[in-house]
Design a protein around this ligand. Structure first.
Ligand SMILES: [Zn+2]
Length: 142
């Protein structure tokens, strides 16, 4: 078994990510190499490297979206299938939304969708959405 890969920039453990996810998000896809190896993603908020494969390091400003786990601004997209950003969720909360379903309803989005190619982690955004919503609701109570 191979050990956990470490981000060469910050030294934190990385997660696996699908090649097509990286490819779809890169501004300049010529940086995609055909060489063998697995892409990894660094989710450390304070690190400007996002994707790593062998010697290749992709910085967060080399990909198209503002990435939620690298950026705490309102522009950071949380739900990639519907382009819902943190600011949208805040607005929905201000108007009484307390669940992800209510947020979708307030923003007039239907609940079905697939994020796996648009989300920079290559997975559905529903967990991140829930997590962000709960964190923002908590913030509001204080
Ligand atoms: Zn890193």
């Amino acid at each position: 078994m191979k050990g956990i890969q470490i981000c060469p920039t910050c030294g934190q453990p990385t997660l696996k990510v699908k090649e097509e996810t990286v490819e779809g998000l890169m501004k300049d896809s010529s940086k995609m190499s055909k060489e063998k190896g697995k892409w990894q993603v660094c989710v450390n908020e304070n690190c400007d490297t996002i994707y790593i494969k062998n010697d290749i390091e992709v910085k967060k400003d080399e990909i198209k979206p503002v990435v939620f786990f690298k950026d705490k601004t309102d522009d950071a997209l949380i739900c990639y299938c519907y382009k819902i950003n943190r600011g949208d969720i805040k607005l929905a909360i201000e108007h009484g939304s307390k669940t992800t379903g209510e947020v979708y309803k307030y923003l007039n989005k239907s609940k079905k969708g697939s994020c796996s190619t648009n989300n920079p982690l290559g997975k559905s955004c529903s967990n991140v959405f829930k997590h962000t919503l709960n964190a923002l609701l908590k913030e509001q109570k204080q």
